[in-house]
Design a protein. Sequence first.
Length: 219
Amino acid sequence: MAAAQGQRSDGAGEMESSEGKVADSAPLPFRAAVDALRGARLRPEIEIDPTRPPQRLAPHAYALEAAVVEGEEDLADGRLVLLHDPAGHDAWQGTFRLVTLVRAELEPEMAADPLLPEVCWSWLTGALHARGLSAGEASGTVTRAGSHYFGGLSERQPASQIEIRASWTPREGSGGVPDTGAHLAAWCDLLCQVAGLPPAGPGDGSVVSLPQRRGPLSP
């Protein structure tokens, strides 16, 4: 998929789609932050692509969509958007903001756990802290939903989904550029954890992952 070094869906090179281009007139810190996203090294289970960013949230925006894929099955998917306002933003307390959506299907028994929302939010903050990253002005929601099927669909098993929506301000480093590559890697750690995959390397054995999903996510 995209130049972030997981898999690419189309085998393309350096994000040459219209969604992947960044105008030469864009501020240098924003271009450097996007370059860091492109250069991030990710787990092989991650398939990632540039996608059309939102147009009205900030003067400059860049977006990626990703999925955790095992065989032909999507275990989880999500979107990460980088926003930049050179003038700064009072709510952000900075000039950059990361906005994300992560979702995955899970067993109804797991969805019924009353602590699930708190656990999922801790996975986000924990993924950032594990890589030494801060999440300034962090906010978000964790939503769980269940579907039961009737009539012509009655043979299908009940399905449950967890959805994490969040945003945070990355700490700006040299030249006013945040380490967006590390933030992307942490976000992919979250995506894999929600998908039920084990940690990529040595980690805390007390961390609990969600079980594997029954089938691919609905569009």
